[in-house]
Design a protein around this ligand. Structure first.
Ligand code: IVH
Length: 686
């Protein structure tokens, strides 16, 4: 009995906690139109609450977030307006199985009179929803969604948006609904400007769009470049319109902008394909989409299919994996790179982002931390930059409780404990100890990297060991490692075979193109691009070493900073001695005429370009999501199933039906994970 009471208390506390959290999030969302957490996280909490309430009906409450659309608009600077018809929300789905369930519920509600009704698949724009009223052809009011029953009158602001028609081609009285968005390009510019002016940045285009729409000064709104897309005509039946697709065509005829993407689909298979297509394609669009919306096309059936308290049963949202999630910033560690520069790395409460587990993310530099006012203990938005590297976007200041702490600047180098310096005018801290282990490690890593000498078998652990044993002191010593062949083979985990491979790789590296050896030297500011350019222009390293600043400046794309860095590099005795040592070892420092052509050809031969990939079975080297990111980063495309369109199937352990199907097709190249890695070659650094 006692136990039961204890469990009841636990459950009750959790329910209260969930209700509290959910109402904070939804209140913020409905009053400000900005989300403090991602939809997935919100849905997860809501689902947990729904399940607990179903299991423990004694704790149910009428005003629970599970039963109401959103809380009412508490404070608003705008006049409140009641919607003629409620602005409902959509229930969410996350996989094709959910969509199958949605269609099945529709067929059931229609007594199974149909089995293959057409649905319209369209983009779900991630902005702020708006309702526009026109009277006798003139725009008279624009109202935000608010809590779905009442919204805010933002007419003044709506008038400043050029993409919204102010007058219709006919004297019509109607209401249309759509989404106000801030195009990605405008969003990036707006945030740059705000950062420069010391203002808070918006975490994403959606928060920027709703924040802007709710500005009191409409001249500010006019300058931000909002845009609008429409997807709904209220009471379309009264215009003798009977399908959703016809209502969109009518809106377009009246001059309303739509995304133009409305696909009529009747089979689940096709639906899955098109969703996958748009999930990849959406990156190319200049507005943010967070999913797709699937609507039953036949509007005459809508009433019969009906509504829940919050959403219609004839439509559903298909949410793409969130590109941004929030998590807690637990601490910051500082990494020391080969140049001695310190970079802050966020230590996060582990979370999932686009399918991979994330514990650490980039914080760029101290300047950015301060400008964005990111603190330890903050809830922060994270996202993947260029789809691969996670980074901290912005803190959610609204969720602070006062215990958050400023991120302290390190007093000494976290690697060697030596003093730190700040270059004039620069915010970055630098360890100036040339013997700092992190700096030395970084120099070796850079030298052997795939963009540099491309030596495999010299990972950071081995380098550390060799440094300790005194086999290597500078990078040129790598070419004398063969003198330690026998000792190396005796080392723990090395063995003869790997020593042999390492020495072969070192020998091979002597033939690297000049552009690569130049890159590997690590001249400040000279990366891949400048390595290529300087190699081509100078022809050999002696000529480059002799160039004056003026001569360097006369090469297009070389500015003051780079010219001086290159000039200074070759005025250092230490650097010249190192180059001499490398030359004596046989490293190539001369340009060959076909060098660039060979590299260019390599890219033309990029095996990923225009090819499709699918992974099946248990992968051992990579998480599936990461490997998919790699495919995309290299210009390939990921498919979700085996079809004639598939070029490569990469098979892990326990592969099943996909492998069989691919074999049966006979057109798919089947390979192991290792073969896939070989295919990647030096295109990507692992
Ligand atoms: S239809 C009753 N279509 O998503 C149907 N909504 O979660 C109501 N949204 O409040 C909406 N793109 O702000 C619909 N193509 C689209 C949409 C869309 C974005 C937003 C809209 C709505 C929210 C529902």
């Amino acid at each position: 009995m006692l136990d039961m009471e204890y469990i009841d208390d636990e459950v009750k506390n959790r329910i209260e906690q969930l209700r509290g959290q959910l109402s904070v999030y939804s209140e913020w969302y409905y009053s400000k139109n900005e989300s403090l957490i991602s939809d997935v996280e919100f849905d997860r909490l809501l689902k947990e609450l729904e399940e607990l309430e179903a299991q423990y009906p004694q704790f149910r409450k009428e005003n629970s977030p599970t039963a109401v659309v959103g809380s009412s608009l508490k404070e608003t600077k705008f006049r409140k307006v009641r919607h003629k018809k409620p602005m409902l929300s959509l229930s969410n789905s996350y996989n094709i199985g959910d969509v199958a369930g949605f269609a099945e519920r529709i067929y059931k509600a229609l007594d199974y009179r149909y089995r293959d009704l057409p649905f319209i698949l369209e983009l779900k724009l991630d902005g702020a929803s708006i309702s526009l009223q026109y009277e006798e052809g003139k725009l008279i009011r624009g109202v935000t969604r608010g809590d779905g029953i009442e919204g805010e009158d933002v007419t003044e602001n709506i008038y400043t948006i050029s993409g919204i028609p102010k007058v219709l081609p006919a004297s019509l009285t109607l209401e249309v609904r759509g989404e106000i968005v801030l195009p990605k390009s405008k969003f990036a510019r707006l945030n740059e400007k705000r950062l420069a002016e010391g203002e808070e940045i918006f975490a994403n285009p959606r928060n920027a769009a709703s924040g802007t729409l709710r500005q009191l000064d409409s001249s500010v709104v006019a300058g931000r470049g909002l845009d609008a897309y429409f997807y709904f005509l209220v009471d379309a039946e009264s215009y003798d319109i009977h399908t959703h697709s016809a209502s969109i065509a009518y809106l377009e005829k009246l001059g309303f902008q739509t995304t133009g993407i409305f696909e009529k689909i009747s089979s689940l298979e096709e639906m899955e394909k098109r969703i996958a297509f748009w999930e990849a394609e959406r990156e190319k669009l200049d507005y943010e989409t967070d999913g797709m919306v699937i609507k039953l096309d036949d509007m005459d059936l809508w009433e019969e299919v009906g509504y829940t308290t919050k959403s219609p049963r004839w439509a559903i949202a298909y949410k793409f994996p969130a590109k941004q999630v929030t998590t807690t910033l637990r601490g910051v560690t500082w990494q020391v790179g080969r140049t001695g520069k310190l970079t802050p790395v966020a230590e996060l409460e582990e979370t999932e982002l686009s399918g991979s587990r994330i514990k650490r993310a980039s914080l760029h530099n101290l300047d950015e931390i301060r400008r964005k006012d990111i603190r330890i203990g903050d809830r922060v938005f994270i996202e993947k930059a260029a789809e691969i590297i996670p980074q901290v976007v912005a803190p959610v200041k609204e969720l602070r409780n006062g215990s958050e702490k400023e991120i302290p600047e390190p007093a000494v180098c976290p690697s060697c404990g030596g003093p730190l310096e700040r270059e004039e005018g620069l915010i970055d801290l630098k360890c100036v100890n040339p013997l700092c282990p992190a700096v030395i490690q970084g120099t070796f890593e850079y030298f052997v990297s795939r963009d540099g000498m491309n030596i495999s078998g010299l990972g950071s652990k081995i380098v550390e060991k060799f440094l300790k044993l005194g086999y290597i002191k500078d990078v040129a010593d790598i070419y004398h490692l063969k003198e330690h062949r026998a000792e190396m083979a005796e080392l723990d985990k090395m063995g003869e075979k790997s020593v042999e491979n390492l020495l072969i790789s070192i020998e091979e590296s002597k033939k690297r193109p000049y552009a690569k050896t130049l890159y590997a030297l690590g001249i400040p500011n000279v990366g891949k691009f400048l390595g290529n350019l300087l190699a081509k222009k100078s022809k050999n390293i002696d000529a480059l070493a002799r160039m004056s600043v003026e001569e360097l400046l006369s090469i297009g794309d070389v500015g003051d900073k780079i010219a001086n860095a290159v000039y200074d590099f070759f005025r250092s005795e230490k650097n010249l001695a190192l180059i001499q040592k490398l030359k004596e070892a046989g490293v190539n420092f001369a340009y060959e005429e076909n060098e660039e052509a060979a590299e260019g050809e390599k890219d033309a031969q990029n095996p990923f370009r225009g090819k499709t990939f699918l992974f099946t079975g248990k992968l051992s080297r990579f998480k599936r999501e990461d490997i998919r990111d790699i495919v995309e980063a290299l210009g390939g495309e990921n498919l979700s199933g085996v079809s004639k369109k598939l070029d490569y199937l990469i098979v892990g352990a326990d592969a099943g039906s996909k492998l069989e199907k691919a074999r049966a097709l006979g057109t798919v190249t089947i390979m192991t994970e290792e073969q896939f890695l070989a295919l990647c070659g030096d295109r990507i650094k692992f």
